[in-house]
Design a protein around this ligand. Structure first.
Ligand code: FE2
Length: 267
């Protein structure tokens, strides 16, 4: 069911891998992550048929981080309809250079695996690794044209993840910083930057949140963030089961992770 706030109505679309959220205002629409590249037609059909609005009423599309189920659809729909795209300033460092090329291919293949594991049909989710954005999102910036939303840099899952907070609506879009699987709040996989994730969780723990939006988990009613963030920090401290710990190697190719590892070694 759609959730009505004072200024907008929240709509959700079940994408190929992730949940896509639309904040629909009387005169404009904000897309909170456009899912995978093959989700574009679903968003388009939802806006034009279900909402009976033109695609030109979309005034901003956000890509929260570089992964295929976030930066696959957002740039694609932005290109197709000439819509403004906002993304973290550092998004293109993640897949930069030859190591970034390898990481991008691994992440896309992992995307295929997740889709298959969740019973989705085979569809092409390959997408360009470079994101051409109109607005770089710095920490504490307000979303252009949607100044009721504030950006918080929340690295940990990548070095550039963001979450978006709407204080008036007491709403937090946590993108991939928090997951909910079978009713259990979980950290994303992987968290290669654990120290940064701890700080990111601290940062959102005092926000006044009543509705939490998760790209993997949907819409949740919550009573603040503190209990959730403490639980997730406990999971970080406990570490991963041995098999998953080994699989973290798949996420160690990004030049940003390699740089961080070198920095830690030298310290
Ligand atoms: Fe992700």
């Amino acid at each position: 069911m759609n959730k009505v706030f004072d200024e907008f109505t929240l709509h959700k679309i079940n994408g190929h891998i992730s949940t896509i959220f639309l904040a629909v205002y009387p005169d404009k629409i904000l897309i909170l992550d456009g899912g995978c590249r093959n989700d574009v037609w679903k968003i388009e059909s939802y806006i034009t048929r279900k909402l009976n609005r033109n695609m030109s009423s979309v005034k901003l599309v956000v890509a929260s981080h570089a992964h295929p189920d976030h930066a696959g659809g957002s740039p694609e729909i932005s290109r197709k309809y000439g819509l403004k795209l906002a993304a973290p300033r550092a998004i293109n460092k993640w897949y930069k250079g030859p190591w970034g090329f390898i990481q991008h291919k691994i992440d896309t293949l992992l995307g295929f695996h997740v889709a298959r594991a969740t019973g989705k049909p085979f569809e092409n989710i390959f997408y360009p690794r470079k994101v051409f954005y109109d607005y770089p999102l710095d920490d504490s910036a307000l979303l252009p044209g949607f100044e009721d939303w504030i950006v918080f840099h929340s690295p940990g899952h990548t070095n550039h993840d963001i979450v978006l907070y709407n204080e008036n609506a007491r709403l937090l879009y946590a993108a991939d910083v928090i997951l909910c699987v079978n009713g259990k709040m979980l950290l994303p996989f992987p968290v290669p930057l654990e120290d940064k994730m701890t700080t990111s969780l601290d940062r959102i723990s005092d926000l006044k949140v009543e509705t939490l939006l998760l790209a993997h988990g949907g819409v949740m009613k919550v009573d603040g963030m503190r209990k959730i963030t403490r639980n997730l920090q406990g999971q970080l401290y406990k570490g991963l089961p041995p098999l998953l710990e080994k699989l973290k190697i798949l996420e160690s190719f990004s030049p940003e992770i390699r740089k961080e590892k070198k920095r830690k070694k030298a310290a």
